[in-house]
Design a protein around this ligand. Structure first.
Ligand SMILES: *[C@@H]1O[C@H](CO)[C@@H](O)[C@H](O)[C@H]1NC(C)=O
Ligand SMILES: *[C@@H]1O[C@H](CO)[C@@H](O)[C@H](O)[C@H]1NC(C)=O
Ligand SMILES: *[C@@H]1O[C@H](CO)[C@@H](O)[C@H](O)[C@H]1NC(C)=O
Ligand SMILES: *[C@@H]1O[C@H](CO)[C@@H](O)[C@H](O)[C@H]1NC(C)=O
Ligand SMILES: *[C@@H]1O[C@H](CO)[C@@H](O)[C@H](O)[C@H]1NC(C)=O
Ligand SMILES: *[C@@H]1O[C@H](CO)[C@@H](O)[C@H](O)[C@H]1NC(C)=O
Ligand SMILES: *[C@@H]1O[C@H](CO)[C@@H](O)[C@H](O)[C@H]1NC(C)=O
Length: 332
């Protein structure tokens, strides 16, 4: 955290010195917004308890590759922040660690879009360990510098999970008083106990999704846990992810951990997932070539033409460079 925050401050200071005074948003403002987001992600309780305002716009649409697409501020706040607050408050081993610090590995600002790659440290207190996870994000900001769209890629998530879970397994066995050393069995049992505990406590009355705790345990130990990348599919892993949100809004989240999986833990079509563009606002930095200072007195319609031409030139230059590159290689 300290490292990440310092690196950002240095960045921001540099941009502030360079930035001319313009009415338009300056790069350092996007850096500040990214820092706000990253700090919030590593201190999620401050968003949940309202001590810092949500970095997300009311009508934000977010996509996380290993789970699914989330629409609206409330749902996104629950999944980006609430999930981790609730996980951190549990005393037993959690399969999902708590973000504790970050460093910025890569960052590009092209208003109103930022592409950023954060290395987040996820802590696992019961084994006194933390492991780094790289999260790549394309983020679009609205006029109020709130996140209106984000596309998050948990880079190497399957490797992360495959690496970490066996290290958690002995501790999980201890907590469950189990003598098995079979990680699959331990994870299945752990998932079932945690999901059914939440269901039995919070999914009651109109929100009840299982006939009983035993019925839940039977269902949860029979379905497949799933692969790490299948966090939005009809399996135990998806229900495990959703268990933390149940207490916030049982009427919304109980179906997700129930037998049907609601609208979250369901079969999904790969081709459709890949081709669908869920966002309200594009993640193209359509004004990348736009320079407010240069274009100050140029009428809007002419500005649009200029921006289009400039974009075309950038594109053509890139093609020329690539073909040159290939030519020089073939002449080796
Ligand atoms: C909110 O959470 C933050 C971070 O955990 C904490 O520092 C702050 O005291 C909390 N504020 C309230 C009002 O609970
Ligand atoms: C974890 O332990 C603390 C201290 O014993 C307790 O206050 C808290 O309620 C426990 N949390 C859960 C989710 O059981
Ligand atoms: C946790 O790890 C740190 C550093 O690796 C070590 O100093 C500390 O004693 C450990 N704590 C426990 C409870 O094992
Ligand atoms: C494991 O054993 C301990 C001590 O015997 C007990 O307190 C705890 O409830 C048991 N846990 C489970 C999951 O059975
Ligand atoms: C672990 O348990 C699963 C499910 O019971 C089983 O399919 C698998 O073969 C076991 N793995 C080992 C190494 O015993
Ligand atoms: C954003 O998209 C969601 C669905 O993807 C839609 O319900 C909502 O109305 C959209 N908001 C705006 C401002 O376009
Ligand atoms: C993009 O540039 C055009 C001028 O070419 C300007 O009118 C428009 O407001 C800009 N859009 C944003 C979001 O800055």
């Amino acid at each position: 955290m300290v490292l990440g925050a310092l690196a950002f401050s240095a960045f921001i200071a540099a941009f502030q010195l360079l930035a001319p005074a313009l009415a338009f948003r300056q790069p350092y403002e996007y850096l500040e917004a990214i820092q706000t987001f990253a700090v919030a992600f590593t201190n999620p309780s401050s968003v949940i308890n309202g001590s810092i305002s949500s970095p997300l716009a009311e009508n934000v649409v977010g996509r996380i590759d290993v789970t699914t697409t989330f629409v609206g501020q409330e749902l996104n706040t629950e999944y980006l922040f609430g999930l981790f607050v609730e996980g951190a408050s549990e005393n037993s081993t959690q399969l999902i660690g708590s973000p504790s610090s970050y460093t910025t590995q890569s960052l590009v600002v092209e208003p109103p879009i930022v592409a950023v790659s954060l290395i987040n440290n996820l802590i696992y207190p019961t084994i006194n360990s933390s492991f780094p996870l790289q999260i790549d994000l394309f983020i679009a900001f609205d006029d109020d510098m709130k996140i209106i769209s984000y596309d998050a890629i948990l880079r190497r998530w399957s490797e992360f999970f495959t690496y970490v879970v066996p290290l958690l397994a002995p501790q999980i066995a201890k907590e469950l008083n189990s003598t098995t050393t079979n990680t699959t069995e331990l994870v299945t049992m752990k998932t079932a106990i945690d999901v059914c505990g939440m269901s039995t406590e919070y999914c009651t009355g109109d929100n009840q999704v299982y006939d009983s705790n035993d019925a839940c345990m039977e269902f949860m130990t029979q379905i497949a846990f799933g692969n790490p990348w299948e966090g939005g599919m009809d399996n135990g892993w998806c229900r495990y992810i959703h268990k933390n949100m149940v207490k916030y809004r049982p009427e919304v989240h109980c179906p997700h951990i129930g037998p049907t999986g609601g609208d979250m833990c369901i079969a999904r079509d790969y081709v459709q997932l890949t081709e669908d563009m869920p966002f309200n606002s594009t993640l193209l930095s359509y004004n990348a070539s736009y320079n407010a200072l240069d274009l100050k007195n140029v009428p809007d319609h002419n500005q649009n033409e200029l921006v289009a031409i400039e974009t075309e030139i950038v594109y053509m230059t890139t093609v020329a460079f690539v073909s040159h590159f290939f030519q020089s290689r073939t002449s080796y």
